[in-house]
Write a protein that binds this ligand. Structure first.
Ligand SMILES: *Cc1c(COP(=O)(O)O)cnc(C)c1O
Length: 396
């Protein structure tokens, strides 16, 4: 037998973390890494945050799981917290991002179909998007590398160019149910939606009675310096998918919606065995208690500006290696002129620095939101040391 017990769908590197300490990870062989990947935008509070550990330990000892057949004081409280912090009137809890997007797609379809419009099922999505790995969420993306071997794709998705408002407008037809878009494409390479684009989609959705669904699974929950990224565009969605950071490392996601958008989501239309269980709710509450306030968000914006300023100054010394810094808050990307994957591997293997490669030759910089100045200093030192051999003629 040559297949590994762990299904070999990931090309795993030889860093094998066994322990986390705030913004660092320690591997099985004792090496120490600065973690500016955060489990891909998950560990908002870093590793081993006392409030999160305490909340999970207490809840685990009290009540871990009950069925959604019963009342949920824990779920009601966290849903209320999210409703108070956002555009939303109602929340469905999931265990992952893909499930949150699935719920968002179902919510958009039933919005129309519960009102008798059976033919309004099509969601317009955008090139290079990533929405998850389920059949519906891979169908929602135009990326063939995720489709190959899994045909047929689910019908009902139409892909157009990101940041191209005219293309989105032209794609609207009698079957259209809504738009699904990431305000900042994460896997696609930290590609930021323009104001004109998101505001334009909002306006089109209003004019054509379409659902504007935002996928904030990666960019949401304080990552960009506001609680959700849409706040920086002066718009509100009808439906929003959130996950990754919201559990701080505990598997948790949610689909948020306005009362109007959720009009079809009535008894028996949707469900999940684990979704919203008390343990996940405790983790979510612990995270929101830390990040869901103006002081914390201001801190994220300040750290983001500091890091971005340092990066911009730094790349000026390496014009043959980097071309730009992108992103918002602490969701940053360095666009490289060399391949990003080997560069990220070089930083990891030789300089003890973890970042994440993304599409469009971008290196994602996604630190825990609790970083302090000395983490930024350490990051810049490791990055400089890693960049030097790549660029012999560098200015400094
Ligand atoms: C990661 C991600 C998903 C999928 O989340 P999973 O928890 O892996 O299912 C969906 N959308 C975006 C934008 C993501 O970054």
């Amino acid at each position: 037998m040559s297949i590994t017990p762990l299904m070999p769908v990931y090309p795993r590197c030889d860093v094998r973390p066994v322990r986390g300490e705030n913004c660092h990870l320690i591997s099985e062989d004792g090496r120490r890494f600065l973690d500016f990947a955060s489990g891909i935008a998950v560990n908002l509070l870093g590793h081993s945050h006392p409030a999160l550990i305490d909340a999970i330990q207490r809840q685990a000892a009290t009540l871990m799981h009950v069925s959604n057949l019963y009342g949920s004081p824990q779920g009601e409280a966290l849903a209320k917290q999210l409703v108070d912090l956002t555009f939303a009137d109602t929340v469905f809890f999931t265990n992952s991002g893909a499930e949150a997007v699935e719920c968002a797609i179902k919510t958009a379809r039933i919005y129309h179909q519960s009102a008798g419009a059976q033919d309004r099922f099509e969601i317009i999505t955008f090139n290079n998007a990533f929405h998850g790995r389920t059949m519906a969420t891979i169908s929602a993306s135009n990326q063939e590398k995720m489709h190959n071997g899994f045909y047929p794709m689910l019908p009902g998705f139409r892909h157009v160019e990101f940041n191209d408002l005219e293309a989105a407008k032209a794609a609207i037809g009698p079957n259209t149910a809504g738009f699904l878009v990431e305000p900042i494409q994460g896997e696609g390479g930290i590609r930021v939606a323009t104001e004109e684009f998101l505001q334009g989609l909002r306006k089109l959705a209003g004019e054509h009675d379409l659902m504007l669904i935002l996928d904030e699974v990666q960019c949401g929950v304080a990552r960009t310096g506001t609680f959700y990224a849409y706040e920086q565009y002066g718009i509100e969605p009808d439906i929003l998918a959130t996950a990754k950071g919201i559990g701080g490392g505990f598997p948790l996601g949610a689909c948020l919606a306005t009362e109007k958008a959720a009009r079809g989501m009535t008894f028996g239309t949707h469900g999940s065995t684990y979704g919203g269980n008390p343990l996940a709710m405790a983790a979510g509450k612990a995270v929101l208690d830390v990040v869901g306030n103006d002081e914390f968000l201001a801190q994220v914006r300040a750290s983001g500006e500091k890091l971005r300023g340092r990066l911009e100054q730094f790349i000026g010394n390496y014009p043959d290696l980097f071309s730009e810094v992108r992103g918002k808050g602490l969701m940053l990307g360095l666009k490289l002129k060399v391949e990003s994957r080997p560069f990220v591997a070089h930083l990891r293997d030789h300089h003890g620095l973890l970042a994440v490669a993304a599409g469009d030759n971008v290196m994602r910089v996604l630190p825990p939101l609790v970083i302090e100045d000395d983490h930024i200093d350490e990051f810049m030192e490791k990055l400089s040391a890693g960049a030097a051999p790549y660029s012999p003629e560098a200015v400094s």
